[in-house]
Design a protein around this ligand. Structure first.
Ligand code: FRU
Length: 445
């Protein structure tokens, strides 16, 4: 059962959805098939799990305005990763240990019970922070009951200690938490448990200012650790990395290390850090394993503190969305991400061109247009020089074949100036075709 306070908070949030429904839905910028908040601000995806044949995506949610604050856990479900249903609000910040936010966390199945782990965020009147790792459970996967604190802050860390991700290995449970050490270095900290209630602190498995890394950010958020194609991958969001040439261009970063996790003593031996996405908006990714054995990643299509208050959607009382689900594969210690194959269900009305030659000119191909389309380019052969694809008048994808650099350029929504993100791009084999994307009825049976 939920407490009276939690029920009231949830009622307040529902009233907010009702109050602004029209305003939100009339926004020109509302997306067609990405997950968005019904009102207010959405940030990290939480509690990703494929449970009893249903994909669950929870998310950090501030219903009452378009900034951050005491977060709720909103909830969507899907049978196919395409058609999503908005479920009841899962968690609201209501108890003394989570009153300033039910912060990010994860989900597991425990003997048929959908169990959530999240961070209870508490701030006193002077802004001092406390952090508690908490648990909540549900038998039907929809109505959650809080079970209180399971991990308190160990010595050696500041109260920036959050975002528990839990998994099972053998007959034991493990939890990894994002942390800041007292020396102000970002760390990933491991815990072990037999029963999900009592957790033993095994220590930091890697982090900044350690044997493996020099200074590497002042805080690591949202860690995720999983096995993939015979190796282990640690995803983490380091805050405080300096921009270096084309790398680390966003305010905060998210990327991964590939390596091997030793449980005794607890350490993660790994290679170098690689960014997961070089685009403008990408942060706090989380993964889940589905019944087909796929490792699926969804991220927040936003970055903390990066002109969040200047998004054009704010006048319609909502902001941010989640990325489309991506399937991960590991090859030669490198992560490859492809949109999940289910997305092909959205394809309608293919328009294709082949053997197109463009020579120092601008070309518009009839039918290659529209607001909601998928553009595929295959077998492009460049005989030197530059190739550009213009998207409306606001963005361009540019490939410099001499430098072998791919650039995404756009007009900033914050100040109208051109901004760009880039990455080296070795081979460029791209025929052009588009699909109109149409989202039709749900199919959960
Ligand atoms: C990452 C993050 C998490 C925290 C949550 C709060 O975007 O800062 O570390 O749990 O957002 O909404």
């Amino acid at each position: 059962m939920k407490s009276e306070t939690e029920r009231e908070k949830i009622e307040q949030a529902y009233r907010e959805i009702e109050k602004y429904r029209d305003k939100v839905e009339k926004d020109y910028y509302r997306l067609q098939y990405h997950l968005m908040p019904p009102v207010g601000l959405m940030n990290d995806p939480n509690g990703l799990i494929h449970w009893n044949g249903v994909y669950h995506v929870f998310y950090q949610w501030m219903p009452f305005h378009t900034g951050h604050g005491a977060k709720f856990w909103g909830h969507y479900t899907s049978c196919d990763l395409i058609h999503w249903k908005q479920e009841k609000i899962a968690l609201a910040p209501s108890e003394w240990y989570d009153k300033d936010g039910c912060y990010s966390g994860s989900a597991i199945d425990h003997d048929g019970v959908l169990t959530l782990f999240y961070t209870g965020n508490v701030k006193d009147e002077h802004g001092n922070r406390q952090t508690y790792q908490c648990m909540a459970m549900s038998k039907n996967g929809i109505d959650f009951e809080k079970k209180g604190i399971v991990v308190t802050l160990p010595d050696g860390y500041t109260a920036h200690f959050r975002d528990p991700k839990v998994w099972k290995k053998g007959d034991k449970w493990y939890m990894i938490v994002g942390a800041q050490s007292e020396s102000l270095d970002g760390k990933a900290v491991l815990f072990r448990s037999q029963n999900l209630r009592d957790w033993e602190h095994l220590g930091p498995i890697t982090g900044g200012n350690s044997r493996q890394l020099g200074k590497f950010g002042y805080m690591w958020e949202c860690p995720d650790l999983f096995e993939l194609d015979g190796q282990e991958v640690l995803i983490v969001c380091p805050q405080g990395l300096e921009a270096e040439a084309m790398r680390y261009q966003n305010v905060h970063q998210s990327g991964y290390f590939v390596g091997r996790l030793d449980y005794e003593p607890a350490q993660f031996l790994h290679g170098p850090f690689a960014e997961l996405d070089r685009g403008f908006e990408f942060y706090a990714p989380q993964t889940m394993l589905d019944a087909k054995g796929r490792r699926i990643l969804i991220a927040w299509m936003g970055v903390p503190d990066q002109d969040e208050d200047k998004h054009p959607t704010i006048t319609h009382r909502w902001v941010h969305a989640l990325t489309l689900p991506r399937e991960l594969k590991l090859k030669d210690r490198k992560l490859y991400q492809t949109p999940v194959e289910e997305l092909q269900m959205l394809r309608k009305d293919k328009i294709a061109y082949s053997n197109v030659t463009i020579a120092n000119e601008e070309m518009i191909l009839e039918g290659i247009s529209g607001d909601v389309i998928e553009l595929n380019l295959e077998n492009i052969r460049l005989s030197g020089g530059i190739m550009e694809i213009a998207i409306r008048n606001t963005a361009r994808i540019i490939y410099h074949s001499d430098e072998r650099v791919l650039t995404l350029e756009r007009k900033s929504f914050a100040n109208g100036l051109t901004e760009k993100r880039q990455c080296p791009f070795g081979t460029f084999a791209l025929a052009a075709y588009v699909f109109r994307h149409v989202l039709d009825g749900g199919i959960c049976e």
